[in-house]
Design a protein. Structure first.
Length: 152
């Protein structure tokens, strides 16, 4: 006889410390944006992103700095902002792409990803996130092209 409780017998572990930390950062971001109201500008948001990148571990910081430069060069209409404590780039207030450090969730690689607002549709299946350990010139060119396409 099949155990019908097998799927429900596992105990719920809840959110990890890292996930709870990301949610707290997002709450702070929303609270800060609400306080700034109409005073919020691209300069403030970009400064916060650059500050967050500067705080990263060496390997993640190198990736974050390069991604920031690639995105600014290839999609200047995107606005840098923090999103769950991560650098993200938005169009009309909606996050199009983001960078998640390896350190953020104790992962073995960083992630560069796109949200559903990105115009990357290709057939019935396409990638929306990429694992990053370093960036080659070819990787940088591919990311630049993807970012252009995402906002196009």
């Amino acid at each position: 006889m099949k155990d019908t409780n097998a799927a429900t017998s596992k105990s719920y572990e809840g959110f990890t410390d890292e996930e709870r930390g990301a949610m707290k950062e997002r709450a702070r971001e929303l609270k800060s944006a609400a306080r700034r109201g109409t005073r919020a500008g691209k300069v403030d948001e970009e400064a916060a992103v650059l500050e967050k990148i500067a705080e990263m571990s060496d390997a993640d910081r190198v990736l974050g700095e390069r991604l920031h430069a690639i995105i600014k060069a290839n999609a200047p209409t995107l606005s840098p902002k923090l999103w769950y404590g991560m650098p993200a780039y938005a169009k009309d207030g909606k996050v199009v792409c983001f960078f998640q450090t390896a350190q953020k969730f104790n992962a073995r690689y960083a992630t560069f990803g796109f949200n559903d607002t990105a115009n990357l549709d290709e057939g019935t299946m396409w990638p929306t996130a990429f694992a990053l350990t370093k960036l080659t010139k070819a990787d940088e060119a591919r990311i630049g092209a993807l970012v252009k396409r995402a906002v196009g």
